[in-house]
Design a binder for this molecule. Structure first.
Ligand code: SF4
Length: 238
């Protein structure tokens, strides 16, 4: 991604970004996250990585957790997986300027281990508020942890690329871009799933026009349910 010129007046790059592209409520949320002590990850993080991109936004991508580079720089999805995500977005004429990007947990798990159920549960209220502020028409879940919020008890390999309507928005499960770094054959699969986003967005716009207010619950299960999948599936599938 193109990193912005940072202004020392802001506590973090994400907060500066929220000032530029979000609402006062998003800035407030990011500032609250920056000081969050609610789980053990607060002790080991360099900084929080709440998200990046406009609010509101038609499309919101939700990944897993910040890695080492994200923890250092304060942006989600930097490094090789982030470059692949940028490529995928460019392929459908979108970018980080138009899509909101977030993770299930806002602090890096040490050694890039999986986020634990209690960490996901502690962080979930922040993600709930973020989704409410971004109010996306289409949510793209990247990997199993964000997928599990809407699609419980399954695996990403079974349901990737199969969108489902929740309330007045669509949710599209996809592999995490990092999966393609470990398994080259997934690159084309992920690109094919991404290529469906523009058509899905058209569908999502129609849904929103017909149902502007969302009265129904938009979750199937707590995200922490992902951690209850069999270990073999958790390891194999991002
Ligand atoms: S991961 Fe979430 S809940 Fe845990 S310390 Fe970071 S911001 Fe707070």
């Amino acid at each position: 991604m193109t990193e912005p010129n940072l202004d020392a007046a802001y506590a973090s790059p994400a907060i500066e970004g929220a000032h530029r592209t979000g609402t006062p409520e998003l800035v407030e949320l990011y500032e609250e996250i920056a000081d969050c002590p609610a789980c053990g990850l607060a002790r080991t993080r360099t900084q929080t990585v709440p998200g990046w991109g406009p609010a509101p936004a038609e499309v919101m991508c939700i990944g897993e957790a910040p890695g080492a580079r994200e923890d250092e720089q304060g942006f989600p999805f930097v490094g090789a997986a982030g470059r692949f995500l940028d490529e995928l977005l460019a392929g459908i004429r979108m970018s980080r300027e138009t899509v909101h990007i977030a993770n299930v947990v806002k602090c890096r798990p040490p050694g890039n281990r999986d986020p634990q159920p209690e960490e996901i549960a502690a962080c979930q209220p922040y993600l709930d508020r973020q989704i409410a502020l971004v109010d996306p028409l289409l949510i793209v879940t990247l990997g199993r942890f964000s997928m599990a919020r809407w699609f419980a008890g399954t695996t990403i390999s079974r349901i990737h690329g199969q969108p489902k309507r929740f309330g007045n928005r669509l949710v599209m499960p996809m592999f995490h871009p990092a999966a393609a770094l470990r398994r080259g054959d997934l690159r084309a699969v992920i690109a094919a799933d991404f290529a469906r986003i523009p058509a899905l967005l058209d569908e999502a716009r129609t849904i929103r026009a017909e149902e502007p207010a969302d009265a129904s619950p938009d979750v199937d299960a707590p995200i922490a349910a992902a951690a209850s999948l069999p270990a073999s599936e958790q390891r194999a599938l991002l």
